[in-house]
Design a protein around this ligand. Structure first.
Ligand code: UDP
Length: 323
């Protein structure tokens, strides 16, 4: 069985590739290394069951060929990270909508199952928590670039459901703040990466706003568990699943936890959203998944506590990201 992983050189994609190769599958990665890194897949480059294609999901003929020659597609290639989106909104919308359209179009043509990676950003600034897959989405104005990511991924989900209506086996996973080994060492685009980098460098740990905003951080092995279950489960086809930890933490508290676990002397400082993202930025105040559906249908069960996951991530960081 040959599996195509788009975005397979990225942070989540490369962990998925490790898992699939470990299970004995053949794996093809399509990644243009925009945010993915060759280092993430370097250990597999000589593996005869592995092939890396350095190209974009916007290459229609290539997407068609790779989809045709695979039995299952995990579509993770996307422009991701709020900061990237805000910095290059046009690329984000085009990649995230057009790329998924091409993948689903090919998958339908050759009748291949697709697992679509989506995001908790889908829920926007909805205030009812925990977020259920069936909940309303609450977004800000289109003038605020942040919401383009949520909107593009929602279009992707609509496309997936539209193909599912035509009988195509598709499952959608909405990731909630995944973290772990291989988070970008520049600390770009994820609060855990940023805090660990700052703490280890002895720089101030920068909490945005009042630090009371919350997230549910999900260790990478639990993210992969949910993704693979969605790929394997027949019952999950035609459905969307929250994949995340149900344990909520405020960002201010996360800063203190990272400081303690790294033994850092860094001060914890607060900084306004405006200073970081420019005027008009809107944050999500609380983000908490309901994982009942994933538990019930997929048998999903996140296992790794935030403290254990952070310890592993910090250890990896200390080993890999010295300048
Ligand atoms: N954040 C922060 N300091 C940082 C980076 C992020 O306080 O240096 C906050 C950010 O404003 C948000 C939360 O941490 O409230 C999570 O941010 P991230 O970009 O990791 O993911 P999001 O959940 O917003 O997509």
């Amino acid at each position: 069985m040959r599996i195509l992983v788009t975005g397979g050189a990225g942070y989540i994609g490369s962990h998925l590739v490790d898992h699939l190769l470990g299970q004995g599958y053949e794996v093809v990665v399509l990644d243009n290394l925009s945010t993915g890194k060759i280092a993430n897949i370097a250990p597999h480059l000589e593996n005869p069951r592995f092939r890396f294609v350095n190209d974009t999901v916007l290459n229609e003929a290539l997407v068609e060929e790779l989809t045709r020659s695979s039995t299952l597609v995990y579509h993770l290639a996307a422009a991701v990270g709020v900061r990237h989106i805000v910095a290059d909104p046009l690329n984000a919308v085009l990649t995230n909508v057009r790329g998924t359209e091409l993948i689903l179009h090919s998958a339908y043509k050759y009748w291949r199952k697709v697992v679509l990676a989506s995001t908790s950003e889908i829920y926007g600034k909805a205030q009812k928590v925990p977020f259920e897959e069936t909940d309303d989405r609450v977004l800000g104005a289109t003038e605020i670039h942040r919401w383009s990511y949520s909107t593009a991924k929602a279009v992707d989900e609509h496309l997936a459901f539209a193909y599912a209506d035509k009988g195509l086996p598709v499952a959608i996973v909405r990731y909630f703040n995944s973290y772990g080994e291989r988070l970008d060492p520049r600390g770009y685009g994820s609060v855990i990466a940023t805090f660990i980098r700052q703490a280890l460098a002895g720089e101030p740990i920068t909490v945005h706003g009042d630090g009371q905003q919350t997230r549910c951080f999900t260790y990478i092995s639990d993210t992969i568990q949910g993704t693979v279950l969605a790929g394997e489960s027949r019952a999950g086809e035609g459905q969307v699943f929250n994949i995340g930890s149900p344990v909520e933490i405020a960002i201010g508290e996360l800063a203190r936890l990272v400081k303690r676990l790294t033994g850092s002397a860094s001060p914890i400082v607060t900084i306004s959203y405006e200073a970081v993202y420019g005027p008009g930025f809107e944050d999500t105040r609380r983000r908490l998944p309901s994982i009942g559906r994933a538990q019930r249908v997929l048998g999903y069960s996140p296992k790794v506590s935030l403290e254990d996951g952070l310890k592993r991530t910090i250890a990896w960081w200390q080993e890999h990201s010295r300048p």
